[in-house]
Write a protein that binds this ligand. Structure first.
Ligand SMILES: [Zn+2]
Length: 467
């Protein structure tokens, strides 16, 4: 990967954000400007940060955060950026990420350099009005003529083409949120003003997503999400049971929905059909260890998204799950025992699905319900028969039900990131950069499902409520 650095031009905190004069006192504007800039500097990690400025208080700010200063007398944003890029080229930096300082929801910038590396060109993250150039990464060797100001995203795209550079625009809801006008001051952003201890942020909960990227815009997202408009947002069930083939399937496909219900008092339980013993790329891995590790991880994941019910394991051999009367009785037992109002599972009829465990786990969820609901099936079982109200199938061939998961994306990350043994083989994320790409991919899927179903972020299912 080319050497990269982040360049942030900051004129001054005092005169910053004149368009906010009606909404904020001058002192508040200055505090907000500094707090937002701090978010951007922190989001640059692990890349080095250079701040172009000609202002003593900005210099002090940069030094406090360990950023380098490129000192220039103020003469406009385009000149400041041009000088900064030239300086970095002189220092041997090959790719520069130029970031505005007013991105209060910035959490990660390094992925932009990675994306630029992949296409070997220019990557631009526009503001959410698709007008400004909030973040842009380009080779320092290009004699790029900057055109910050109104319409800069289009101007910068034209400039990239003029220079014969490949160009890609990437939508990012967090980086797309800059603060120009009072309407931009969402509550989480206003709250930055009143945070007195600068070391307490970034807050652990990310800001709620305010914009959504469409599937077509987000390269990490499948091109299209099929969704037939049907229903959305079931009433929070009293009890829910999610049945996955492997440890982590429930978290991949339903944990944001389950987190939402759990937060509203639903007793969420998880049942995993296989032992996960093939979930490794290491041919020498001890499978007994792996099984134990994955069970612990699944329990941690369920707690991470807020589940308060049971986490059960059928411990069938990974890759060899069958859907026979034996397993059907086991699933019926768990349904009768836990008495869920809603059961969730894999769609066994998803076309072109290769993995037999996912198909069979899906069949078991369906057939387990049929067996559980009728008293004459497995009449010797310990618990009385039980009929759930609804079945939600994830990864559905014909999804027709959406659950709005706004506010529960972080819980989904938390659940997924509990599966540490899977970082290499499934998440393809063994360092911070890759984890950010992974998070972006998860978010992209939620946003694509949301775009298809009328929400910012959603998990979508096939709903069967005639059980
Ligand atoms: Zn799986």
């Amino acid at each position: 990967m080319a050497t990269a650095a982040v360049l942030i031009p900051i004129k001054s905190f005092d005169v910053a954000k004149g368009r906010l004069t009606d909404a904020l006192e001058p002192a508040e504007r200055a505090v907000l400007a500094e707090r937002m800039a701090e978010r951007v500097v922190r989001a640059a990690a692990p890349l080095p940060v250079f701040i172009v400025c000609g202002d003593e208080s900005v210099r002090a700010f940069a030094e406090r955060l360990g950023a380098r200063v490129i000192w220039r007398e103020p003469r406009g944003l385009n000149a400041a950026v041009t000088d900064g890029v030239e300086h970095l080229r002189g220092e041997g930096v090959e790719r520069v990420i130029i970031a505005h300082a007013d991105l209060p929801r910035a959490t990660s910038l390094a992925w932009v350099a990675k994306a630029a590396d992949v296409i070997d060109g220019v990557v631009l993250v526009p503001d959410r009005r698709n007008d400004g150039s909030n973040v842009m990464c380009l080779p320092t060797s290009a004699d790029f003529v900057f055109a910050y100001g109104v319409g800069s995203a289009a101007a910068h795209e034209a400039e990239a083409h003029r220079l014969g550079l490949r160009f890609e625009q990437r939508i990012d809801a967090d980086l797309g949120w800059d603060v120009d006008t009072p309407e931009d001051l969402a509550p989480d952003i206003r709250s930055l003003i009143s945070i007195t201890n600068a070391t307490t942020y970034p807050p652990t909960e990310p800001a709620p997503k305010a914009t959504s990227m469409t599937a077509a815009q987000n390269p990490l997202t499948p091109a299209a999400v099929r969704f037939t408009h049907g229903t959305s947002n079931l009433p929070t069930p009293e009890r829910a049971l999610a049945i996955g083939a492997h440890p982590d399937d429930v978290d991949f496909f339903a944990s944001a929905t389950l987190a939402k219900w759990a937060a509203d008092g639903c007793e969420v339980s998880v049942l995993v059909c296989t032992d996960g013993s093939k979930g490794t790329w290491d041919p020498d891995a001890d499978q007994a260890d792996l099984i134990a590790t994955r069970e612990r991880e699944q329990e941690a994941a369920a707690r991470a998204f807020g589940a308060t019910g049971e986490v059960g394991f059928l411990r069938q051999v990974d890759g060899e799950l069958e859907s026979t009367l034996v397993q059907r009785a086991q699933v019926a037992h768990w349904i009768r025992k836990l008495r869920p109002n809603v059961v969730l599972g894999h769609d066994p009829w998803k076309r072109y699905r290769l993995h037999p465990d996912h198909r069979n786990a899906g069949l078991l969820a369906c057939e387990g319900i049929v067996a559980a609901r009728d008293p004459k099936f497995f009449p010797d079982q310990e618990f009385p028969h039980h009929r759930p109200d609804a079945l939600l199938l994830w990864e559905a061939d014909e999804p027709d039900h959406a659950e709005d998961v706004q506010g529960f994306v972080q819980k989904k990350y938390d659940a997924l990131l509990a599966h540490e043994s899977q970082f290499e083989s499934t998440m393809k994320a063994t360092n911070d950069d890759e984890l950010n790409v992974f998070r972006a991919r998860v978010l992209g899927k939620l946003e694509a499902a949301g775009a298809a179903s009328g929400f910012d972020v959603a998990e979508i299912f096939k709903l069967i409520d005639d059980l």
